[in-house]
Design a protein around this ligand. Structure first.
Ligand SMILES: [Zn+2]
Length: 186
């Protein structure tokens, strides 16, 4: 989230001014294009990723992962506390269903989608690299980088189901060229 955005409506919004104002940074995974800016927010109060992802990153260095991106960062791993999603592993951050990390492995072991749900059950799904664009779940196109194609197809079905849910406000991939930066008020 940019630090200088204004709210689109007159609602009262609390926006962080400094990285140290951030309570949580949730990492979908540790690939180069998702983690090499991590040190810019290293003063955030909590920086979380899946244990499977950190283990995978330590094992497969060089191109996809480099530990210099997170070695000076207080990166903490989550413990699954739910069974949501295609792999039956999820982490409910506050215990109220408002912010849930859902494991969607395939592109990498610890890949997570993040599901943000309001009190009325309306939700936004950020599905990271579970597919590179909306077209991915509409046409069942798995990402080019894959550790498990079968699992990737399964997770695309889950993303499709979530995206077509009437309560889904938006469903966003990380790399979709058709998505313009915008603010979602949930
Ligand atoms: Zn990516």
């Amino acid at each position: 989230m940019p630090f200088n955005n204004e709210c689109a409506s007159n609602k009262v919004c609390v926006r962080p001014k400094e990285p140290s104002d951030l309570d949580y940074v949730l990492l979908t995974h540790l690939d180069c294009d998702h983690a090499n800016g991590l040190r810019a927010v290293k003063d955030a109060k909590h920086i979380l990723c899946a244990a499977e992802e950190l283990a995978c990153a330590k094992k497969n260095g060089l191109i996809r992962y480099q530990k210099k991106w997170w070695q000076d960062v207080a990166l903490r791993t989550i413990e699954w506390n739910g069974a949501e999603g295609p792999a039956g592993k999820s982490f409910d951050l506050f215990g109220d269903g408002s912010v849930v990390m859902v494991n969607i492995p395939g592109h990498c072991d610890g890949l997570c989608a993040v599901k943000l749900t309001n009190a009325s059950g309306r939700f936004v799904l950020l599905f990271g690299d579970g597919g590179y664009a909306t077209k991915s779940w509409k046409e069942m196109i798995t990402s080019g980088i894959s550790l498990d194609k079968r699992m990737q197809r399964k997770l695309l079905e889950w993303i499709r189901e979530q995206s077509l849910d009437p309560d889904c406000v938006e469903s966003l991939a990380t790399h979709d060229p058709d998505i313009k930066p915008h603010i979602i008020e949930l």
